[in-house]
Design a protein around this ligand. Sequence first.
Ligand code: INI
Length: 158
Amino acid sequence: MERIKIVEGGLSARDLRVGIVAARFNEFVVESLVRGAVDSFRRHGGEDRDVTLVRVPGAWEIPLAVDRLAGAGGVDAIVALGAVIRGATPHFDYVAGECAKGMSAAGARHGLPVAFGVLTTDTIEQALERAGTKAGNKGADAMLSVIEMANLLRQLEA
Ligand code: INI
């Protein structure tokens, strides 16, 4: 193992520029995710002036905004935040599925780390648990994953 070259990204947000694309739908939940993501960025050494927050109506609209933001070239990584909560109709499956597929395609198209911080839950309670209560804050987790990935990509380019 000593001879294996290990490449991994660190968790310092110093000198990183990040975009946050956040849905307004289920705003009560999503705002907690946004707060968690920003807090995580600051705690890891990031500066507020290096954060661009883009708001969109709902999770369905996230991929297009991620694509444009990534294409504009001003950020090193993007965190997508939303909450899709299952209702009585199949609407959930379309919104959650297209949101996930679209944002992963946008990340791949532009070679940029994009974190999937979109909650997909059966109930509002499950969403709240993941937005800063019992099960942590998935916005903070998503931010950590893009910090690591952005640093990893820098190392792989060097
Ligand atoms: N958008 C969400 O972000 N979460 C949801 O739970 C949701 N539900 O359940 O309908 C939702 N719908 C709106 C959708 O994202 C679009 O904004 C809308 O369809 C207009 O294009």
